[in-house]
Design a protein around this ligand. Structure first.
Ligand SMILES: *Cc1c(COP(=O)(O)O)cnc(C)c1O
Length: 394
């Protein structure tokens, strides 16, 4: 090894010492309530596949049909040669599902943020950003060159304070918030934030990655949950969570969508969603449109699991959604907890810095509609045993 990269070896060793080295496990089965992980059959408490759509037979079948008709690759970036009928189908179905006028899809939710924020604000502008916003919002904001002013997490009074202190200093302004905060499972008070955005006439953007397929009527998302349909300027979405696939979207005002087709850099300079991704997303939207059964089951499961975890004495933080953080504090404890869970047949990964703040390591349990009551009870038993063994609960 040359000296030029010796620093990386030191950094990696440091991560291992402090319990922050991320050991990535290998999955050898389809996504579902149970997984084959590193050769072991384990209960899945990790994935964002809230509704089980990642391996749903109807979704798989739709993909097989689409591949026979269109092959797999989009061929190019969409503005040059890659907009297929399928992409347009997906965009119009998503608009119908979300009751918005217009949508545009991207390769991922991450891309959607990187595309949208720099297209809407730049140098001389300001972004009012919740301090716990997702990394892709932070990166998109930095790329934009706009000034980023953080307000305290879900604190609307603090947002208003920051706006009042800075009003008039900038050309354009935007408020950006996660809808559901992915590490804590709490929900942004979008109704209150909307009032502030209206009062000061500021653009409003919400990233609904963990709200779509979860919140609102039939899983239409956080905007529907707060009955703000048609009022939020920009809604970012992802197909990689409840929809079970991969891809991103922006829903909202047709002017914003038209602008992104002209100026969203990941749209203009990176190839489109693939045929299988696009076909799978269409099938997932169809399933959500047909029935609320999966969304209902997700919530039943989540309520049961969270209530039982609290009864056992675990600190599950401030979550009001199916995301169930189990707060453990220091990263090495979270890692050890996760290892012991795995040994007892439960797959639940530890999360430490930089995914969550230092000293706030946790195991994040993701409950899904695919879990049976027996699955949940098995998970609860494992948590109870390991929690007692490690002195986390009495
Ligand atoms: C997961 C997530 C993303 C990224 O979505 P991908 O489609 O996986 O790239 C963006 N924003 C938020 C809030 C997320 O939770």
């Amino acid at each position: 090894m040359t000296d030029r990269i010796a620093w990386i070896k030191e950094e990696l060793a440091g991560l291992k010492e402090t319990g922050l080295f991320n050991r990535i496990r290998t999955i050898e089965s389809p996504q579902g309530a149970w997984l084959m992980v590193d050769g072991r059959h384990v209960l899945n408490f990790c994935s964002n596949n809230y509704l089980g759509l990642a391996s749903h037979p109807r979704v798989v079948e739709a993909v097989q049909n689409a591949i026979r008709q269109y092959g797999v690759g989009p061929g190019a970036v969409r503005s040059i040669a890659g907009t297929m009928r399928l992409h347009l189908d997906l965009e119009s179905r998503l608009a119908d599902f979300k009751h918005v006028d217009s949508t545009i899809t991207f390769q991922s939710g991450f891309s959607a943020n990187i595309a949208t924020i720099p297209a809407l604000v730049g140098k001389g502008d300001v972004i009012y950003s919740d301090e716990l916003n997702h990394a892709s919002i932070i990166d998109g904001s930095r790329l934009s060159g706009a000034e980023i002013l953080r307000y305290k997490h879900v604190d609307v009074a603090d947002l208003e304070r920051v706006i009042q202190e800075t009003a008039g200093k900038y050309r354009r302004a935007i408020i950006i918030t996660d809808g559901v905060f992915s590490m804590d499972g709490d929900i942004a008070p979008l109704d209150e934030i909307y009032k502030v955005s209206s009062k000061y006439d500021i653009l409003l953007m919400v990233d609904d990655a963990h709200g779509e397929g979860v919140l609102g009527e039939a899983g239409r998302g956080i905007v529907d949950h707060f009955k703000l349909n048609g009022k939020v300027d920009v809604e970012i979405g992802t197909f990689s969570k409840a929809f079970g696939v991969m891809g991103g979207a922006v829903a909202g005002n047709p002017l914003v969508v038209d602008w992104l087709r002209q100026r969203g850099r990941p749209f203009l300079f990176s190839s489109a969603m693939t045929v299988p991704d696009t076909a799978a997303c269409i099938a997932s939207i169809e399933l959500l449109t047909e029935s609320t059964e999966l969304v209902d089951r997700l919530w039943d499961n989540a309520r049961y699991f969270k209530a039982e975890m609290k009864r056992l004495g675990f600190d599950t933080g401030v979550s009001t959604t199916p995301i169930t953080p189990v707060m453990l504090g220091e990263a090495p404890l979270a890692q050890e907890f996760s290892r012991k869970l795995y040994d007892s047949g439960v797959f639940a990964m530890p999360l430490g810095f930089p995914t969550v703040p230092k000293g706030k390591a946790r195991i994040r349990v993701m409950i899904s509609a695919t879990h049976s009551k027996a699955d949940l009870n098995k998970g609860l038993e494992a948590f109870s045993n390991v929690g007692k063994e490690l002195g986390v609960i009495a």
